[in-house]
Design a protein around this ligand. Structure first.
Ligand SMILES: CC(=O)SCCNC(=O)CCNC(=O)[C@H](O)C(C)(C)COP(=O)(O)OP(=O)(O)OC[C@H]1O[C@@H](n2cnc3c(N)ncnc32)[C@H](O)[C@@H]1OP(=O)(O)O
Length: 538
């Protein structure tokens, strides 16, 4: 918790996963409401233009008048009724009256800005360190130009890089694609990221109210008055996603300039825009702004348990590396949250990470191209076939485009179980051996089911089941063409498939199945015999 507002926070604070700890605040607040309202109007100028105060109860959005908010109890979140979520969608249903009641009185009691007597007392009570510069800043109005300036990203200066990307290079992963798409929206003006604080400028106040309503809805266990207080507290800043002038989400944080870290108080995206990349881009804008404008090096936050995954993806860790002296006493412990840290890189172009990633991909791709030809895609082989799958002309392995370029050499030819040793090394011997094996099968009494292709008129569903049919006649054509079986392996594969097809289509008790098993056994014996006699095949 931050120095200014930590005293506003009871140990039980939780954004969504846990309700704040019970307290006696309801009655205490109620009894003090009139007094506090009066104090607010007497002691402090309303922070809003009158139009705000009139219609939306300016006290609600002023960190000067928070006591009055507490005093109104559960039904007092009156900025809600006619608000849209972006501009003021503070649905009464969302309002957890008990959270208001449970919210500790001490938090509310201590809500006045630093500089007031009560506030000083509470700071002492809470032993929370006050950043020296913060006291000076307190109550000051952030110059609109600086505070409300668009949180601009790094610009890709090197235009020439854009031209180097090649067609067949995958330049974008899911992260980059989302970032790039949001970046394009920003460039088109449909989307903007702005960092604002409570500076009294109408537009900023509308945005801040929209944001606090999103927080109230997305962090339902967080008391609304507490959200209002921090969002409107002038030592806090809010980086917001704004689409068509409506707030989509944001992060409220408190920068501790002297300590060079910031504490993220709230972070949320409106419900129907979550998991579209806004949260990531928002965090990237926040980091860039915090580094370049606030001079911060780290962020700390108490992350809700169910948001830890998101923070991890944004580079937050549960390990706290920041020296304790820099943050201890500045932020206060929260129940139900996990303290997480993020180091802000001094150089990363956070709002243009997609360009950086794209360039890295490109550099890696270029290096791969230096070392390999794998990026070159050759034309496919013109493998026109005649009947029986026989090619019109023979294609030598070494003629396959790209094979040699990929490092193939003829000595790698044929990793065959039936590696040719002598007489099958030429096509004529191979053909003769295959022809003899076909004849042996053909002459066998069990060959009759395999002599011709299966006739679909006889067996209508055969080709629905058998997608790669083969038979002795087709194999004979392939053998005689001398263009098909360029290895003995290919021939054996066809024979085996012929028998496998028979056993797939027919059940074991059928004659076809039995013929297939017997003929296959005969074939295997003959191949073995051929190997052992004249033809040496391994
Ligand atoms: C300090 C605090 O305020 S803690 C409370 C945080 N706020 C909430 O829990 C309120 C409800 N949730 C939200 O408002 C939003 O979901 C946020 C702010 C948590 C995230 O914003 P989104 O726009 O949804 O995030 P974005 O789309 O950029 O997602 C970034 C990545 O985080 C993941 N992610 C988003 N929310 C969560 C989550 N609650 N838990 C785990 N992972 C998450 C996304 O799946 C995505 O992963 P990917 O890059 O691998 O695809």
């Amino acid at each position: 918790m931050d120095a200014h507002s930590s005293h506003l926070t009871a140990p039980g604070r939780s954004r969504s996963s846990q309700s704040p700890s019970p307290s006696h605040s309801a009655s205490a607040s109620a009894t003090s409401s009139i007094h506090k309202r009066k104090m607010a109007s007497d002691d402090h100028a309303p922070p809003f233009p009158s139009s705000f105060s009139d219609t939306r109860d300016g006290a609600l959005t002023s960190n000067d008048d928070l006591e009055s908010i507490s005093a109104r109890g559960g039904g007092a979140d009156s900025d809600s009724e006619d608000d849209s979520e972006e501009v003021g969608d503070d649905d009464e249903e969302d309002y957890d009256g008990s959270s208001m009641r449970n919210f500790t009185a001490s938090r509310l009691e201590n809500s006045a800005p630093s500089g007031s007597g009560r506030n000083n007392k509470l700071k002492n009570d809470n032993s929370v360190k006050i950043e020296s510069s913060e006291v000076v800043k307190e109550g000051s109005v952030t110059p609109p130009t600086a505070a409300a300036g668009s949180v601009s990203g790094a610009v890709v200066k090197d235009e020439s890089m854009k031209n180097i990307f090649t067609d067949n290079l995958q330049t974008s992963g899911a992260y980059t694609a989302r970032e790039e798409s949001l970046k394009r929206e920003e460039e088109s003006g449909r989307l903007k990221f702005a960092c604002v604080s409570n500076d009294g400028i109408d537009e900023h106040m509308i945005w801040l109210i929209g944001l606090k309503n999103i927080f109230a809805r997305q962090l339902p266990n967080m008391p609304k008055e507490y959200i209002v207080r921090l969002v409107m507290d002038r030592s806090h800043k809010s980086v917001m996603v704004i689409r068509r002038n409506l707030v989509v989400g944001g992060i409220t944080y408190r920068p501790y300039a002297s300590q060079k870290f910031g504490e993220i108080a709230f972070c949320a995206i409106t419900a129907d825009e979550q998991v579209k990349g806004y949260g990531t881009r928002l965090m990237n804008h926040l980091k860039q702004h915090a580094r370049d404008v606030d001079g911060l090096t780290h962020f700390l936050t108490y992350a809700d348990n169910n948001a830890v995954g998101y923070f991890v993806k944004q580079g937050f860790t549960k390990e706290i590396y920041l020296e304790k002296e820099r943050w201890q006493g500045y932020i206060k412990d929260y129940d139900g949250g996990i303290l997480m840290e993020c180091k802000i890189d001094p150089k990363l172009p956070y709002t243009d990470l997609s360009t950086m990633i794209r360039r890295q991909r490109q550099a890696i791709d270029e290096k791969i191209r230096e070392l390999s030809n794998c990026h070159i895609v050759y034309q496919g082989i013109d493998f026109q076939k005649k009947e029986a799958g026989i090619p019109k002309k023979a294609i030598k392995v070494e003629d396959i485009p790209g094979l040699k370029e990929a490092g193939w050499t003829p000595d790698q030819y044929g990793h065959s179980r039936f590696k040719t040793v002598n007489s099958l090394s030429d096509q004529k011997s191979l053909t003769a051996f295959m022809r003899s094996l076909l004849k042996i099968m053909h002459d066998h009494p069990d060959s009759w089911p395999f002599k011709e292709p299966v006739d679909a008129r006889d067996v209508p569903d055969y080709y629905d089941i058998i997608k790669d049919p083969i038979d002795l006649k087709t194999m004979s054509k392939r053998v005689e063409s001398e263009l098909y079986y360029v290895t003995f392996d290919m021939f054996v594969a066809d024979v085996r498939r012929m028998f496998a097809n028979a056993r797939t289509y027919n059940s074991p008790e059928t004659i076809y199945y039995k013929c297939a098993t017997r003929l296959e056994s005969h074939f295997s014996n003959k191949v073995q015999a051929g190997l052992q006699s004249g033809i040496k095949i391994q």
